[in-house]
Design a protein around this ligand. Structure first.
Ligand SMILES: Nc1ncnc2c1ncn2[C@@H]1O[C@H](COP(=O)(O)OP(=O)(O)OP(=O)(O)O)[C@@H](O)[C@H]1O
Ligand SMILES: [Mg+2]
Length: 260
């Protein structure tokens, strides 16, 4: 499998995981990369943010075996998003049942990595995972499947609390489960330099995680509005600050890969 796999993960809800997954996926595809966004969150929001319907593509990815027929079946759930180079394997509520199956069958930590390398062998530059706000189960296997992980963190009090736990999970996967990937960075989101809470949180993040900290994404109503319209920020206003910030993240990712 030649594609780089990037997982967007945080145990906290509403911190901008889906927004980051969708914006980065579109940003990379706009730079000529072939990208598959895989929605591993039962909320199915990656689809709606791209103007598509939630569907059980992720459920099939997580539960199918390895025969050529099954591979063909999983591939048949990949949707073209209408944007050059950007494809989506949508998720929906059935992903919850896949979680039950994973647990019941006690699938190995490598389960998702094995599935994606079986089903999506060629033709992609990047695979991105959007994940649910959780730890363990699907989330843990998605992180293990990734070459790189981005952890969005809202710049609000208490948001930093869960971060230490998340980073410890990454270290534990490296040390105990032979995970070969790494943290690409912590991405501060909902940043508002007018708000003292936001400033103080960013300062705190800088002090604690300087080396891993990515430039912040400001709070931007347009990000929420564009998601509600099923369009990406690059389609709604490619010159706005949020679009520029997500473009900068895209460039950083390309550079990090040595591929840009
Ligand atoms: N920088 C931002 N400024 C303003 N609104 C934002 C920003 N990032 C995301 N949003 C909006 O905030 C809400 C939550 O964002 P998003 O869905 O990306 O978070 P999430 O971490 O995926 O949430 P969940 O944990 O429920 O999956 C959405 O309505 C989204 O459009
Ligand atoms: Mg989400």
């Amino acid at each position: 499998m030649s594609a780089k796999v990037i997982c967007i993960a945080s145990q906290k809800g509403g911190v901008g995981k889906t927004t980051t997954a969708v914006s980065l996926a579109h940003g990379l595809s706009q730079r000529g990369k072939r990208v598959l966004l895989i929605d591993l969150d039962p909320q199915g929001q990656a689809a709606t943010d791209l103007g598509r319907n939630p569907e059980p593509g992720a459920f099939h990815l997580l539960t199918m075996g390895s025969s050529p027929q099954e591979a063909g079946f999983v591939q048949s759930w990949v949707r073209f998003t209408g944007r050059d180079g950007l494809y989506l394997l949508p998720g929906d509520r059935q992903t919850l049942s896949a979680q039950t199956v994973l647990n019941a069958q006690d699938k190995p930590i490598s389960a998702i990595r094995q599935s994606i390398s079986r089903f999506f062998k060629d033709g992609l530059d990047y695979m991105l995972f959007d994940t649910a706000p959780s730890v363990g189960g699907i989330q843990e296997r998605a992180v293990w499947a990734a070459d790189l992980v981005i952890v969005p963190t809202a710049t609000e009090f208490l948001s930093v609390d869960g971060l230490g736990k998340m980073l410890r999970q990454l270290s534990a996967l490296q040390e105990q489960k032979k995970w070969r990937g790494s943290l690409l960075g912590i991405l501060p989101t909902f940043y508002d330099e007018q708000a003292r809470e936001s400033q103080a949180t960013l300062e705190n993040l800088r002090e604690r995680f300087e080396a891993s900290l990515l430039p912040p994404i400001h709070r931007a109503t347009l990000l929420r509005e564009s998601a509600a319209l099923g369009r990406t920020i690059f389609e709604v206003d490619p010159l706005c600050r949020a679009a520029k910030e997500y473009q900068a993240l895209t460039k950083h990712v390309l550079k990090f890969e040595g591929a840009g």
